[in-house]
Design a protein around this ligand. Structure first.
Ligand SMILES: C[S@@+](CC[C@H](N)C(=O)[O-])C[C@H]1O[C@@H](n2cnc3c(N)ncnc32)[C@H](O)[C@@H]1O
Length: 283
């Protein structure tokens, strides 16, 4: 009898261990909600770059150079990087001499953003970091010349909704760059990673053309696409011209280092590291 109880106890502990490994290590908290995802990234922010070991040459070859080329026709492009982490995409892009634009970079982990400000300090006058959820982008439709989202869709509660948001804020003729999780672990991420052979169709259901889904890293495919419609406008503009209050979607104005909403009167400050804290409305 004791042996049976011991065996049952061991099986339960093993099952719990596997469950935790799946939820916290493979899924990185995605089924437990954004708070847990953010908590895990806040905890790992300082060691993230050491874990990932990005190769600067690869980053420029696969991301920075092709994106700068795709934007060559815009004199000073405005780029949005969603779930920027430690600023990997801004870094790869701003290192390109051909790129003379600016990057707005958002993330929901405040500590990842703080780390990003250190990793990209040399480009600080050309990046605006914003603490904000990717699920509701507080920007006007058709704002950005390029929108990027790398290694992040699967950690959001509703990747289709995020994709829709990415395309909404992209302007006609603008470039979308987005990843889809593949490989063994992707099978353990139902309703988060798109089955590999369907990702092109998911993108094709959006107002996108010239869609190319390519193998990229062991765990990710990289998709390039262009938003349909005739290209118009584009380029750098002051933030209040296209940023909306996350609480009421009204326009905002600068007051010292804060943005104030004229309608609901919430203010949003920049932290000491310069990150604009839209996720922390104040009255
Ligand atoms: C694997 S990292 C990728 C970071 C960066 N794009 C890169 O390629 O290095 C995933 C990032 O997504 C962010 N993230 C997860 N859920 C988010 C959400 N709902 N809104 C904004 N960022 C989110 C995390 O905080 C983390 O920085």
């Amino acid at each position: 009898m004791n042996w049976i109880a011991l065996g049952a106890g061991l099986v339960t502990i093993l099952a719990l261990g596997l469950l935790l490994y799946w939820q916290l290590i493979i899924a990185e908290g995605t089924y437990l909600g954004p708070r847990i995802v953010v908590l895990l990234y806040d905890w790992s922010a300082r060691v993230y770059e050491r874990i990932k070991q990005y190769d600067s040459g690869d980053e420029q070859w696969f991301l920075g150079i092709p994106l700068a080329r795709a934007l060559e026709w815009v004199p000073a492009p405005l780029v949005l990087d969603v779930a920027t982490g430690t600023g990997r995409l801004p870094r790869a892009l701003l290192r390109q001499p051909a790129f003379e634009g600016r990057v707005i970079a958002i993330d929901l982990s405040r500590k990842m953003l703080n780390q990003a400000t250190h990793e990209t300090a040399q480009f600080s006058d050309r990046i605006t970091y914003i603490w904000q959820d990717a699920q509701e982008l507080p920007f006007d439709d058709g704002t950005f010349d390029a929108v990027t989202c790398l290694e992040a869709l699967e950690f959001t509660p509703n990747p289709r909704k995020v994709l829709h948001e990415l395309v909404r804020v992209l302007r006609p003729g603008g470039v979308l760059l987005v990843t889809n999780r593949i490989g063994r672990d992707a099978r353990l991420l139902p309703a988060r990673a798109f089955p590999r052979d369907t990702f092109g169709d998911v993108l094709a259901a959006l107002p996108l053309e010239s869609i190319k889904v390519r193998p990229w890293q062991v765990e990710y495919d990289l998709a390039w696409a262009v938003k349909t419609g005739s290209p118009r406008g584009g380029g750098i503009r002051p933030l209040p011209e296209f940023l909306r209050c996350p609480v009421c979607a009204h326009r905002m104005e600068w007051q010292d280092r804060s943005l104030k909403c004229a309608a609901c009167e919430h203010t949003y400050s920049a932290g000491e590291d310069g990150v604009l804290e839209l996720a922390r409305p104040q009255r």
